[in-house]
Design a protein around this ligand. Structure first.
Ligand SMILES: [Ca+2]
Ligand SMILES: [Ca+2]
Ligand SMILES: [Ca+2]
Length: 959
């Protein structure tokens, strides 16, 4: 009986690698020559893990740990073993050999757990497996193309057994484009296409650890980084994907040579111990040298000298293997010997533009699901081809095959020191304004990570960070190899899949910046220095000497090393390892925005069509720039994601979130969704209603059947934000910046008491305001109601002590930054409920003062109050004997004027018949005080206070 075939939906040649290019299918039916290709047949999972992976991180990691410990993880989420075996049997009947049968030692992963069977097909049996032959034809431009007509099919039995995905380990197939489509000309400006990328190339290159310790505040620095200190933290294994390359240095070079060159590089950058490196290359490795490999290794080993590295060559070159990056991902994810906990790839898949619903995208997506299920954090370089993605189809392109929700995508920036800014004409205007002390300019730079007043800062201090974009136009010619080159951070929207929940919850609706305006997964998630005005001093291609390397290829291993540091800290605090953690990053950005440096400068605009009046300098290829692309801006943007890391602040936020999700899920949120787009109070609680707007606004607050309203004054231009307040709580933040931005009035703050379940709505100027990120922040003490006219933050005036691992008798770190000129002191005390009650006494009752004194926490610095560090300055102390779930309130005393203020407005003085609120919430357990009777200048920064209940845990590395 002839074999019956089941077509695979969306598996045409255009679905393979030409999503959205607008090209027509190739034509022609010529005979191909001889060929041999290895193909992955990817089975469906026995059970769908989506619900598990969409639960919050704490639930997810605990369940995965339990499944793994019981040995049932892969019988649950791998392929059905009987189906898998039957597929092997049927392949045998069809005469299709598996690669394992041809060579039991190969570079592929075939197993029921990985749901993958690698088989080999050639010109004699391609049609036996796929129901249609490969043919030789040509595309619209007349280039020869080996392709298939219509959809691929599979023998009915294989399809019925759940074979759903395909991956070809070959470069025979590729993207098809329309010839000379022209596109609309968007006349680009002459010269640099970006800003902040034009310092002389290579003048600013540093050792990787110096970049991350000086500019990204990585948590492990100094003795915690240096292996010779005896105190260096042991960080986990990092997997680096080096398909086809591994540790190869040339045909006559022994593997020991790689080890000694690695050690020599470590010596050069100041690491006295040898590196630990393993190479997995069962299918061979042939490329004699690789700048990419040397860059990955250099970045990872210099930042995390204690992390063992494993290099994955993937399928290699034996048995017709072609070392597609897909095979290296599989090798790393399924390495149950070395078990890398973090895996970084700077290689793109051979297939970059697979269509939604295609078996190719299915295969790619399920790789990242495997990684998430194995609790591996996978990081991928966002790509270096700007918004066009090297593809001359006129529109914006991102690599769909790497767009998985479970992949952490890393984009590119150009980081400028003060010295680099001086050498970059595109930054001249910003530098001049900053040196002259222009507050607006400096305010934006602080949001980008600046911590010192430029006029008095050293030449190596952080100045600015922009989108990495070194494209430049001279007449009608683009320098280097133009938009085909690796010169700008990729970024944009993968419309082949929906918006991930972590981006939707953040309030994003990423939309392509081309006429199609399609929504999808925004990329990148995060970013880091990739070139322009900052390069990495890393080994050259043969691992000897030094070279100034860059690209998002450097940013990905940088972030991998950071996640590995986070894992070490998580382990030290008794937390599970991070694994898939994209959602935690978006929560951190929502509740502790200073966890990221916000990149607001530059663009990655570099989309183009083939043909036209422009060309690149090297090849002369004619192109037409179409002007589509993405610009950086405040907050998340499609050129740099959430921004570059402030590693220490991000570590604190992530550990806090993790302990909260695992140990304190039963603590009532500030507000809960009512299921119909509205909100209810999560508890019996007092709440602050603080208005943030640059204009006078009327705020309406609707509580159950009641309502109240108030007019809020306009906030000043540099009224402190959560980001600014949190940044000021870094010990090295320049007091001059605190003074420069002091006395900037906030809008008005009101206070109200709510019952649990009571409806809550907020309007601004009579328009309903939406609590867009409330799902992320409401477990952490606040929720912002936003409208076009401003925002109202609803926040608790007390902290819930969500201690590490839910332990009692803990130490809580207190961080203080004083933005007031008077002599101030502060005390912390325990209350019985979220309205500040103590033994039935309310904050405005007689006798409360004495009750409060009896509940005061002892400071580790002595006594029950702490005196402020003085105007502009920073101080850190701690509370002792804090128990899990303690409700911590505070009071401020102005010793200069002899006044005390309560966190609860009803206990404070009145002005025009209203009690004066003296407290302002600045995000995760962070508040600011107004120190003057009647509200003074309303700047609420006279004492910035942060309570940190988790960072003293373990060795206290991030305290
Ligand atoms: Ca931004
Ligand atoms: Ca003040
Ligand atoms: Ca002040």
């Amino acid at each position: 009986m002839p074999t019956q075939y089941t077509p695979l939906a969306n598996s045409s040649y255009l679905d393979y690698d030409s999503y959205r290019t607008g090209a027509l299918s190739p034509t022609g039916t010529g005979a191909t020559g001889n060929f041999t290709i290895n193909v992955a047949l990817v089975l469906d999972r026995a059970n769908d893990p989506t619900a598990l992976l969409h639960s919050n991180w704490g639930t997810r990691q605990q369940q995965l740990e339990a499944l793994n410990d019981s040995g049932t993880l892969w019988s649950t989420y791998g392929a059905n073993q009987a189906n898998y075996n039957q597929v092997l049997t049927e392949l045998g009947q069809l005469g299709i050999p598996t690669v394992d049968q041809l060579d039991p030692v190969n570079g592929y992963v075939s197993s029921a757990a990985s749901r993958t069977i690698w088989v080999q097909v050639d010109h004699t049996n391609f049609a036996t497996l796929f129901g249609t032959p490969l043919v030789l034809g040509h595309d619209q431009a007349g280039h020869a193309v080996t392709y298939w007509q219509g959809n691929l099919s599979l023998p009915q039995g294989l399809a019925a057994l759940g074979v759903k995905g395909l991956w070809f380990d070959t470069d025979m197939f590729g993207t098809v484009l329309q010839p000379s489509v022209g596109g609309s000309l968007a006349a680009p400006s002459q010269g640099a296409q970006g800003i902040g990328n034009s310092a002389p190339r290579g003048d600013f290159a540093l050792y990787p650890q110096d970049i991350v310790q000086n500019y990204y505040n990585f948590p492990l620095s100094g003795a915690l980084w240096d292996p010779s200190s005896g105190r260096a933290v042991t960080t986990g294994t990092i997997g680096l994907l080096e398909p086809g390359v591994g540790n190869e240095l040339g045909p006559n070079t022994p593997a020991s040579e790689f080890q000694s060159l690695l050690n020599a590089y470590r010596q050069t950058v100041g690491i006295s111990t040898p590196g630990e490196v393993t190479t997995i290359a069962l299918g061979g490795q042939a490329t004699p040298g690789s700048g990419e490999r040397s860059l990955d290794v250099g970045v990872a080993t210099a930042i995390n000298p204690q992390s063992p590295l494993v290099l994955y060559a993937g399928s290699g070159w034996h048995q017709h293997a072609h070392s597609d990056a897909y095979t290296a991902y599989q090798a790393a994810i399924w390495d149950t010997v070395n078990n890398p906990e973090v895996v970084s790839s700077s290689y793109r898949f051979g297939t970059t533009l697979a269509a939604p619903g295609s078996p190719f995208l299915f295969a790619a997506d399920q790789l990242f699901v495997d990684a998430a299920l194995r609790s591996i954090t996978i990081l991928t370089s966002g790509g270096d081809g700007g918004s066009g993605g090297w593809t001359g189809d006129g529109i914006t392109n991102v690599i769909t095959t790497r767009g998985s929700f479970y992949d952490l995508l890393v984009g590119g920036t150009s980081l400028s020191t003060l010295a680099a800014a001086g050498a970059d004409p595109t930054l001249a205007a910003i530098l001049t304004a900053a040196m002259a002390g222009d507050p607006a300019t400096i305010w934006d730079l602080v949001a980008g990570g600046l911590t010192a007043l430029p006029a008095s800062a050293g030449p190596g201090s952080h100045f600015a960070e922009a989108v990495w974009n070194t494209y430049a136009l001279n007449g009608t010619t683009f320098a280097n190899n133009g938009y085909f080159g690796n010169l700008a951070g990729a970024g944009g929207v993968d419309s082949s899949r929906p918006v991930p929940s972590y981006q939707a919850d953040f309030g994003l609706s990423p939309t392509t910046a081309d006429p199609a305006a399609l929504m999808g997964r925004g990329m990148p998630d995060v970013s880091a220095a990739s070139g322009g005005n900052m390069f990495y001093s890393v080994p050259q291609i043969f691992m000897n000497g030094l070279h100034a390397g860059g690209g998002t290829s450097a940013a990905a291993p940088l972030w991998a090393a950071l996640v590995s540091q986070f894992n070490a800290i998580f382990h030290d605090q008794g937390l599970p390892r991070l694994g898939y953690m994209n959602d935690l990053l978006y929560i951190a950005a929502a509740i502790a925005p200073a966890s990221f440096n916000d990149v607001t400068l530059g663009n990655n605009v570099s989309s183009f069509a083939l043909g036209g009046a422009f060309s690149d300098a090297d090849t002369g290829t004619a192109i037409t720039p179409t002007g589509f692309g993405y610009r950086a801006g405040p907050g998340y943007d499609l050129a740099t994601g959430l921004g570059s890391p402030n590693g220490l602040l991000l570590a604190r936020a992530l550990t806090d979130i993790a302990h909260s999700q695992i140990w304190f899920s039963s603590i009532a949120d500030v507000i809960d969704s009512n299921g119909h787009g509205g909100w209810t109070s999560g508890a019996d609680q007092s709440l602050l209603f603080q208005t943030m707007s640059d204009a006078v606004t009327h705020v309406g607050v609707h509580l159950g059947p009641d309502a109240f309203g108030f007019f809020s004054k306009a906030g000043a231009s540099f009224a402190w934000t959560s980001r600014m307040a949190e940044q000021s709580l870094q010990a090295d933040f320049d007091p001059a910046l605190v003074v420069l931005f002091d006395k900037q009035a906030q809008g008005s703050v009101a206070e109200a008491h709510l019952q649990p379940g009571e409806a809550l709505a907020v309007s601004i100027n009579a328009s309903p305001a939406q609590a867009i990120q409330a799902g992320l922040s409401s477990s952490f003490g606040f929720a912002d109601f936003l409208s076009g006219d401003g925002a109202v933050r609803v926040a608790r005036p007390v902290a819930v002590a969500e201690t590490a691992d839910g332990h009692n008798d803990q130490t809580a770190i207190v961080r203080l930054r004083q933005g007031g000129q008077d002599d101030l002191s502060i005390t912390f005390y325990r209350v019985d409920d979220l309205s500040g009650t103590i033994n039935g006494l309310h904050p405005d009752d007689a006798g409360y003062l004495a009750a409060r004194q009896s509940r005061a926490y002892q400071m580790t610095s002595g006594g029950s109050s702490i005196t402020g560090p003085g105007y502009g300055h920073y101080e850190q102390t701690a509370l002792s004997h804090v128990n899990a779930g303690d409700l911590v309130a505070m009071q401020l005393t102005n010793n200069t004027h002899g006044n005390s203020y309560s966190a609860f407005a009803q206990a404070n003085e009145t002005l025009n018949g209203q009690h004066v609120g003296h407290l302002w919430n600045y995000g995760l357990n962070t508040w600011g005080w107004e120190d003057t009777l009647g509200g003074g200048d309303h700047d609420y920064n006279d004492m910035i206070v942060q309570l940190d209940f988790t960072s003293a845990a373990g060795h206290g590395w991030i305290a």
